[in-house]
Ligand binder design. Structure first.
Ligand code: ZN
Length: 502
């Protein structure tokens, strides 16, 4: 890339066969001419990551020159022209330029990052107005990542107000039980959830990917347990659910349509934005288990892992088969005894969390959705055991009390509806244009008879098989077996159930 940049003599390096032409066309685009800044953002972000993760000075050099090219390229635009250019999807250009500023300290890059903030989105969000209906979801989320990064770097309040409000309104009003959002890549009016439930093109995987990035950034700012709760929900039910256990390929949309199935990209012929972000997705299992400040270690997720905190001389080894078991163990190894607070997340789905230290019951937390602080002088070999009992519950589709998803602890359960009409192997071959029309034959999806509170009493665990359940006597015309959505593959399923009055 450096050779290309040097040969071009303009500091531009890009993947366009016709060089800067798309980037010229977009400068004053009155009609759609593609998404060149979206494509450029991937190059900027890749160079940044190569520098940050591998300390590659060549990558940084190319990135700084490319950023200077962007300044030159947009220099003659009026403010109005710049904003019109931003009406077209442009990825996280504001975020990556803010990072270039953070790396170099050069304020010219901060200025450009701020110019790349799309005010048509920033202004309503900063005023706590949700104007997201009909907007392309994954165009907006990266812009908000940039607002939040600029808030971190400048403290300018409209940026922070916008990122916080956006997260809150998307997660509380626009999100399915799995943590995913949208239909056909777009936010829809929350009052229309029921209509979109019939779509095979809901919950684009990139949207979960970017919401998790935003969630992680907001957690780092505020330390609120609600962010960790959402992170767990989307990690297990969107990201872990997105990969084909057989082929390794990944989902684009995750269909809400009852009786549909997950379709995956293919190695040679069919891949999308969600394949690209999907390559990064499965590194997320390790990236947000632990956080710390000066004297506190936050345990956010219950995932088998080893944490080395060198400055403290502390190694934490977490051992668990969560969510197949409802407990986890933290083994602490220290060079010499240290005083430290362990902030253990009490998940919102768990009524009573108990904590034992070295085999003795030490505490019971009755506050779901908060942290339990365990402060003591830790010795080498101390073991903390956390018990997180899970139970079944229903969650209504937003605005529709009689359409529910069934969850066990943090795990969304999907009903197994069989393989009727599917041919072995063929169901992962996907043509993006026909996606959603592949299976027009509808299969019978049972309804459940009963009130939400009663129905969970009629769902029984299967012996010897964790996270596997069976409805008993409430399914019409027949009962259904339930397994985690993340384990469903190559099979029709339903995530939501219509309730009938008994
Ligand atoms: Zn995507």
């Amino acid at each position: 890339m450096r050779d290309c940049q040097d040969a071009g003599k303009s500091n531009l390096t890009c993947a366009f066969p016709d060089g800067a032409a798309p980037l010229e066309a977009i400068l004053d685009a009155k009609r759609f001419v593609g998404v060149p800044w979206y494509t450029m953002h991937k190059i900027f972000a890749g160079l940044r990551d190569a520098y940050l993760h591998t300390n590659d000075g060549i990558a940084l050099g190319v990135l700084v020159k490319l950023s200077d090219w962007a300044i030159t390229h947009t220099r003659n635009l009026s403010d109005q022209q710049f904003q019109r250019m931003l009406d077209t999807e442009h990825g996280g250009m504001n975020e990556v330029l803010a990072d270039v500023y953070a790396i170099t300290g050069e304020t010219r890059f901060l200025k450009l990052a701020q110019q790349f903030c799309h005010r048509a989105l920033l202004e309503p969000l900063a005023q706590a107005r949700d104007t997201l209906d009909g907007l392309h979801s994954n165009t907006q989320i990266p812009k908000v990542l940039g607002f939040n990064r600029l808030y971190e770097l400048t403290g300018q309040e409209d940026y922070g107000a916008a990122s916080h409000f956006f997260w809150r309104t998307v997660v509380t009003r626009r999100t399915f039980a799995t943590g995913g959002n949208g239909d056909r890549e777009h936010f829809f009016p929350p009052a229309e959830f029921l209509r979109h439930l019939d779509s095979a093109k809901t919950m684009e995987t990139c949207c979960a990917y970017n919401m998790l990035k935003l969630t992680r950034d907001l957690f780092a700012l505020d330390g609120a347990a609600a962010y960790a709760d959402y992170y767990e929900r989307a990690l297990y039910n969107s990201i872990l659910a997105s990969q084909d256990p057989d082929s390794g390929m990944m989902t684009y949309f995750q269909p809400a349509r009852p009786g549909y199935l997950k379709l995956y990209c293919t190695p040679q012929d069919s891949f999308w934005c969600c394949t690209g972000s999907g390559m990064e997705n499965h590194a997320k299992y390790g990236d947000s288990i632990y956080f710390h400040d000066a004297g506190t270690l936050y345990v956010n997720l219950f995932i088998a892992s080893t944490l080395a905190w060198k400055e403290k001389g502390l190694t934490v080894t977490q051992t668990t088969r969560f969510p197949d078991e409802d407990r986890t163990r933290l083994h602490l190894a220290v060079h010499k005894p240290i005083n430290l607070t362990l902030n253990i997340r009490h998940p919102s789905w768990c009524r009573t969390m108990t904590i034992s230290v070295n085999g003795r019951r030490r505490a019971t937390s009755l506050q779901p959705g908060a942290y339990f602080a365990l402060n003591r002088l830790w010795h080498n070999g101390d073991v903390v055991e956390v018990h997180l009992p899970m139970s079944l519950r229903t969650e209504a589709l937003p605005g529709h009390a009689d359409v529910v998803a069934i969850l066990y602890g943090p795990i969304v359960l999907a009903g197994r509806l069989g393989r009727k009409g599917l041919t072995p192997g063929a169901d992962i071959i996907v043509n993006e244009r026909t996606y959603g029309d592949l299976l027009n034959d509808k299969v019978e999806v049972p309804v459940l008879a009963g009130e939400p509170s009663e129905i969970v009493n009629q769902i029984k665990p299967a012996a010897g098989s964790p996270l596997t359940f069976q409805t008993t006597g409430v399914g019409r015309p027949h009962d259904v077996s339930l397994i985690p959505y993340f384990r469903i593959a190559h099979e029709r399923y339903s995530l939501y159930w219509k309730l009938l009055k008994p």
